[in-house]
Design a binder for this molecule. Structure first.
Ligand SMILES: Cc1cc2nc3c(=O)[nH]c(=O)nc-3n(C[C@H](O)[C@H](O)[C@H](O)COP(=O)(O)OP(=O)(O)OC[C@H]3O[C@@H](n4cnc5c(N)ncnc54)[C@H](O)[C@@H]3O)c2cc1C
Length: 321
């Protein structure tokens, strides 16, 4: 049997952006629904220690933070639905969303908070060492490697920025790149080449993340020199994979304006997309900061933008009577 649910605000995604939007929309009396997707709680549920989310003196755990955010959203009146949206129609209001399980959602406004996923190299040893020294976010985890040896893998702007950022914590940063030149902007390359604490390994590919000790932690990377075929062990305590992110925007590709990397475009200083009544927040529209607190911040903005939009629609409808 097909089920259908109507709402004034549908929020797609249950990471920090979606749940913060829900808290604000619920407290504005809009009774939002959050459609959780296949990763309830979002990316932070895949990590352990979080030390940079404000309000907590001690280190907190990512999954715990997201459970608290969900509980807060529910406490103020959000309905959380376990579903994954497979199709959307944004051509007219109410917008129509179709869930995997056959449920249809009709929404006066839509807040998109579907996030972005880091790209990884895809090695089994990399998967095994996630949270034990392998990371995809220097801003998030760099602090844990104070005074230690770290490597960054990649050759674009993000890789170079992460390597430079890591010099705040480490005197021994190695950038490993599979080609013989970087794709990063010239100004970033100049800063990188001039830095005394950054070494470069060109034409090099990581083939193994090597763990050791008890509890197990990263102790090195096996790196293949593509020109000579030689494999060298590079001793490091942390390895940051910086080969890009993929925003979860396939659903909207032909319906919303996206930038060249697939992120949803919003009007500067707002969360408004090019479709009236559709708002985007968090990592799905932010390829620069990608932090829980910035996702939460733009989630708040999206709820306020949606509330304002609904109020203006209702005012226009009244005026037309
Ligand atoms: C390992 C790791 C460690 C991190 N550590 C930190 C840290 O210490 N501090 C920090 O500030 N940030 C950290 N980050 C970054 C932070 O997690 C992200 O910036 C933040 O989660 C982005 O929030 P978001 O709500 O935009 O998206 P996400 O958290 O990515 O959530 C996206 C949501 O959208 C849902 N979704 C996707 N597609 C659909 C669909 N079709 N239908 C329904 N739902 C859908 C997913 O299920 C998910 O719930 C870390 C990230 C990772 C991966």
């Amino acid at each position: 049997m097909t089920n259908s649910i109507s709402t004034r605000v549908a929020i797609l995604g249950s990471g920090p952006a979606g749940l913060t939007a829900a808290i604000y929309a619920a407290r504005a009396g809009l009774a939002p629904i959050v459609i959780q997707g296949i990763q309830p709680g979002g990316q932070l549920t895949t990590t352990t220690d979080v030390e940079n989310y404000p309000g907590f003196r001690d280190v907190i755990q990512g999954p715990w933070l997201m459970e608290e955010m969900q509980a807060q959203a529910e406490h103020v009146g959000t309905k959380i639905v376990w579903d994954h949206i497979a199709e959307v129609d944004l051509s007219r209001r109410p917008f129509r969303l179709s869930g995997d399980g056959g449920t249809h959602y009709f929404a006066d406004t839509l807040v998109i908070a579907t996030g972005a996923q880091a790209k990884w190299l895809g090695l089994p040893s990399e998967e095994h060492m996630k949270g034990r020294g392998a990371s995809a976010c220097a801003t998030c985890d760099g602090f844990f490697y104070r005074g230690k040896r770290v490597a960054v893998i990649g050759g674009g702007n993000t890789a170079v920025e992460e390597a430079l950022y890591l010099t705040n914590h480490s005197h021994d940063v190695t950038l490993i790149h599979r080609r013989d030149s970087l794709r990063a902007e010239k100004i970033l390359q100049d800063r990188l080449f001039a830095h005394p604490n950054i070494k470069l390994m060109w034409d090099s590919e990581v083939v193994e993340f090597v763990g050791g000790g008890e509890p197990e932690a990263l102790v090195g990377l096996d790196v293949l020199n593509k020109l000579t075929g030689e494999i060298t062990r590079v001793p490091v305590d942390g390895a940051f994979v910086a080969i890009g992110h993929k925003p979860a925007t396939e659903l909207f590709a032909s319906q919303l304006e996206l930038d060249e990397d697939g992120y949803i475009k919003v009007e500067l200083g707002t969360t408004r997309t090019n479709v009236a009544g559709v708002f985007a927040c968090g990592d799905v529209m932010d390829k620069i900061y990608r932090q829980a607190v910035t996702a939460a911040g733009t989630g708040c903005m999206a709820a306020l933008d949606a509330e304002k939009f609904l109020a203006s629609m209702e005012f226009e409808a009244l005026a037309a009577e």
